[in-house]
Design a protein around this ligand. Sequence first.
Ligand code: FAD
Ligand code: 2HG
Ligand code: ZN
Length: 494
Amino acid sequence: RHGSHLPPRSNQFTQPTKEHLDALKAISSSTLSTLDGSATEEELRSFNDDWMNKYHGKGSIVVKPKTTEEVSEVMKYCYDNGIAVVPQGGNTGLVGGSNPVHDEIILNLSNLNQIRSFDEVSGVLVADGGVILETADHFLAEKGFIFPLDLGAKGSCHIGGNVSTNAGGLRLLRYGSLHGSVLGLEVVLPDGRIWNGLSKLRKDNTGFDIKQLFIGSEGTIGIITAISILCPRRPSAMNVAVFSLESYEAVQKVFAEAKGHLGEILSAFEFFDKQSYALVKKHQEENGGERKVFETEGDFYCLIETGGSNAEHDEAKLTGLLEHLMENEMVLDGVLAQDSTQFQSLWSLRELVPESAGKAGSVYKYDVSVPVGKMYGLVEKMRAKLREGGVLEGDGKSEGPIRAVAGYGHMGDGNLHINIVANKYTDEIEKIVEPYIYEIVAENEGSISAEHGLGVMKAPYIGYSKNETSIELMKQIKQLFDPKGLLNPYKYIV
Ligand code: FAD
Ligand code: 2HG
Ligand code: ZN
């Protein structure tokens, strides 16, 4: 089946009624619903609709518990009454995972937003799952530390949502995956039990590492109410440079040179193509922020960030790299940030791609891992497929049903994002693109979900990346934690 044809409502779930609403209100006073007029459909829209405006749920109840105990009581009540629940953090997910597919109750974590403790010697932060990523990072910045994850949605996404999706982001190259930095979790299980796994230990080889199952489980086996995470010292010297380049081959060469010259201070290596750049420029122009960045523009761009503890030492390394790239004509043009304002504005050329694509139309988003050398070939294959299907003219920008096909991503992690900007979401386009995109990823032994997860969008396609035994084991894990299948149904493993 195709993604836009969502699975039908399952009769095994109880339909939420006014009586259920009253019971939930008695547990958690911050409950909104259309069933008793405490909210209008319009007011519930921001909880029912996803960030892309692609998926639209029909949930009539939003519960916003203030404590772990309230989450536990809500889950116990829903479990005993057979009511399906979708956990929701900042609702910035890109695979339709954080909204109801039908009438599931929305368990929104935004009121669970306290920092619990921070140890300035070990760097271990313990905080509620509903803390906004940027809030956690600002808190840490004051103490000279950094949250080991950064992404464009930082102003809205929650750290519990980040852990639930195992978000990768812009500095994974430097700080690694959350599977390494998360030390412990507190989780409310589907039946309401509270699992206290909020360890602060770096080393603990006593049995299965249960927390790992929740990292990247997309709210299907438990609600993450708190996390314990190891945070590094904030680099005192940070630099960023953006280059325009002639070809994707040139980007790869620059990546190799950057690793060689910068070593341990390299903290991000991102790339974007000229179609991505055009989307950002248009968005900036529309918002009055137009500014010429490069004398010579290119077909490709890359962003290099360094972070270290000695400004002079870092600058010497970065200058060495710049001279080498210019002398050997490996780049067309380059800009090095001179101050913190320029640091932000150079980063925004890359960070603004998703938002700019969203302003330009309805976006089909694909998020894949393949070997670095093959990454851009996938974008070209996708354009060819869309041209063949008669919906794209030219080489990535057109007046037809597809307005642009942009390729960008986390080069340093072998993670490519393809954004297909359409006039609107249609079955015709989706049938051209899916499952073709997953087939070409599988041919390259890649992953169909490098960082955004499966949600409802990719649940039917997991077989392109995982073998039967893996899928069988995953189904058994789901059954073990959630025998009634009430938590985030229709998604992930179906
Ligand atoms: P939501 O969208 O609310 O939920 C995501 C999933 O997690 C859902 O399945 C939901 O049910 C579940 N969930 C949420 N909170 C909990 C909880 N406390 N307990 C259990 N389950 C929960 N992702 C990346 O990996 N890298 C990026 O660079 C990146 N950049 C982005 C940039 C933009 C502009 C946008 C809009 C999104 C980006 N994303 C990125 C995707 C998204 O921001 C991440 O997936 C993020 O981690 C989701 O967090 P959230 O709090 O918004 O979760
Ligand atoms: C990014 O790297 C995010 O900017 C979002 O993962 C990618 O919107 C997308 O496709
Ligand atoms: Zn990304």
